[in-house]
Design a protein around this ligand. Structure first.
Ligand SMILES: *Cc1c(COP(=O)(O)O)cnc(C)c1O
Length: 363
């Protein structure tokens, strides 16, 4: 069989052992999952009530246009209903954007490290990826990114705040960058963590859309709303862009239960506010601890923090043996900000793991 040549260098997503398998393998009573930036406080109680009713229509296809959700969200965001595109998680939105724009010979520009899916789907469509290393502070190197743009560049991905570093591009930095980018290159701002942002100079991206027909803003219900299992996210952009991407969307991509869950979650802004507040309290405790132990990290605007370590794989493994799942990257570990008590316990485990491994050679 002759698969697409571009697939040769890709690996399927490796989820590793399931939480239950890890629990058994490591002989643990309890696992604290801090590896996927899920909402550790769950979701609004509105959601479970709403989906019970919606579950009564299993045989019918869902609303192809996500009408109720679309109407409500457009009012909240102050954008037209036609300026929204819903996907099966932001993951699918990334697939759709890649499908709509990329073919062999094209390229995308993105930071490194950043969200892996941008690269993955460029690769599947046969496009090249220009990975521009983050600077020493873990921030997008916007100067180098603008210099990487060439006549074959179709999409620039800006993950803001950036996953996994947690750093952000501020309003003036973004404005200066956008000015340098040709009008026919699509600039995508992935704002999966927008609700956790506290910086007052964070870009007002929805306002920028008015003057930038080549810009898209992506958001999701997976993180602050705690609906990761429902897989629902969306893009906002001018109509010309949204209409074109909509052509590659499978018509019934969002299950009824997901639409209903997202709608119900939107009605409970108090829940999100409370999660954001708790996140900021636990984050303050976390950075105070790391500072006191001279453990370095990148300042974060999200519900996770990137801690710089030698031997990140070994550090993550040692935390796993104690029941804490965190994520290893090349230059450190990414940790979801957990609940206060869990986080205090994890930080002790982390400190010990870091001091034990700093003397060992790399894996
Ligand atoms: C989690 C995440 C996504 C994917 O979100 P889903 O809506 O769950 O698919 C996209 N981008 C970034 C930066 C993320 O961290």
């Amino acid at each position: 069989m002759m698969f697409k040549e571009n697939l040769a260098h890709l690996r399927a997503y490796d989820p590793g052992l399931s939480v239950e398998e890890i629990r058994k393998t490591y002989g643990l009573n309890r696992i604290v999952k801090l590896d996927s930036n899920e909402n550790v406080y769950g979701a609004s109680p509105n959601v479970s009530k709403a989906i019970v009713n919606a579950a009564l229509l299993p045989a019918l296809y869902p609303d192809c246009r996500d009408s109720d959700l679309r109407r409500d969200l457009s009012k909240r965001l102050g954008v037209a209903e036609e300026e929204l595109l819903f996907g099966l998680g932001l993951d699918e939105i990334i697939v759709l954007i890649s499908r709509a724009f990329l073919e062999a010979g094209d390229n995308i520009v993105m930071a490194w490290p950043t969200f892996y899916e941008y690269y993955c789907h460029a690769q599947i469509e046969g496009a090249e990826t220009k990975k521009v290393p983050c600077d020493k502070d873990g921030k997008h190197d916007l100067k180098a990114m603008s210099q990487a743009v060439d006549p074959s560049t179709k999409i620039i991905w800006i993950c803001n705040p950036n996953n996994p570093t947690g750093t952000y591009v501020n309003d003036s930095e973004l404005a200066g960058f956008v000015e340098k980018i040709p009008d026919d290159v699509v600039i995508v701002l992935d704002e999966a963590y927008i609700d956790f942002v506290s910086a007052t100079d964070f870009p007002r991206s929805l306002d920028l859309l008015k003057n930038h027909p080549n810009m898209l803003v992506l958001r999701t219900f997976s993180k602050s709303y705690g609906l990761a299992s429902f897989r629902i996210g969306y893009a906002v952009g001018q109509r010309r862009l949204i209409d074109e991407i909509d052509k590659v969307r499978p018509p019934f991509n969002n299950p009824r239960l997901s639409q209903v869950a997202a709608y119900a979650a939107l009605q409970d802004q108090e829940f999100v506010k409370a999660c954001v507040q708790k996140n900021s309290e636990v984050l303050a405790m976390t950075t105070a601890f790391l500072d006191s132990k001279n453990i370095s990290y990148f300042p974060t605007q999200a519900n996770f923090i990137f801690v710089k370590t030698d031997n990140p794989k070994t550090v993550a493994e040692k935390c796993k043996q104690k029941g804490f799942l965190i994520n290893a990257f090349q230059a450190g570990v990414r940790i979801t900000i957990g609940k206060m008590d869990d986080m205090k316990e994890l930080l002790k485990v982390l400190e010990e793991a870091i001091s034990e491994t700093s003397a060992e050679p790399s894996l």
